[in-house]
Write a protein that binds this ligand. Structure first.
Ligand SMILES: [Zn+2]
Length: 166
């Protein structure tokens, strides 16, 4: 079950995306119209935006900066690649550091709904798809209801056919 992404997180990731695109924009190779520079810039902008938003969905992805570099490197001249690599690496690690902050993790994973003894909300993340963390999971189960006195009829033994079903 996927939770809706908090708008503050997507807004901040959008900022990282714009900053990186601004750094890369002017480095895009201008090869005199063979492939229009504006088309390459659009490609770079989209690849950057997707790569950064992917970090929210796949926080443990392996080397996301390399994947992004592979997608955009054809848009730059060889001589610009060191600057491109540096800009990508810096922005991607800044975005990952932001997403790793406890406040973000809390927003991303949600929070257990249980109240602690101090009256604060439990700070642990809930079990995936549930409302409570592993220690408070028992709160999900229905409270044991007090045994009702059994009416005489119900106490009578089941007829053989019914017993077979039960
Ligand atoms: Zn809890």
């Amino acid at each position: 079950m996927q939770r809706a992404i908090d708008s503050r997180i997507s807004a901040r990731i959008g900022q990282y995306s714009r900053v990186l695109y601004q750094e890369l924009r002017d480095l895009v190779e201008d090869d005199r119209g063979l492939v229009a520079t504006s088309a390459r810039r659009r490609w770079v902008r989209q690849a950057v935006d997707e790569a950064l938003h992917r970090l929210i969905q796949e926080p443990r992805a392996q080397r996301p900066e390399r994947l992004l570099l592979r997608e955009v490197r054809h848009c730059f001249a060889m001589s610009q690649l060191p600057r491109v690599v540096l800009a990508i690496n810096e922005t991607v690690s800044a975005a990952i550091a932001f997403l790793d902050m406890p406040e973000c993790q809390e927003l991303l994973r949600g929070r257990c709904r249980a109240m602690t003894r101090n009256g604060d909300q439990c700070r642990r993340p809930p079990v995936t798809g549930e409302d409570y963390c592993p220690s408070h999971r028992h709160l999900l189960e229905p409270r044991p209801t007090r045994l009702q006195p059994v009416a005489p009829l119900e106490r009578a033994p089941l007829a053989p056919a019914e017993r077979a079903v039960a």
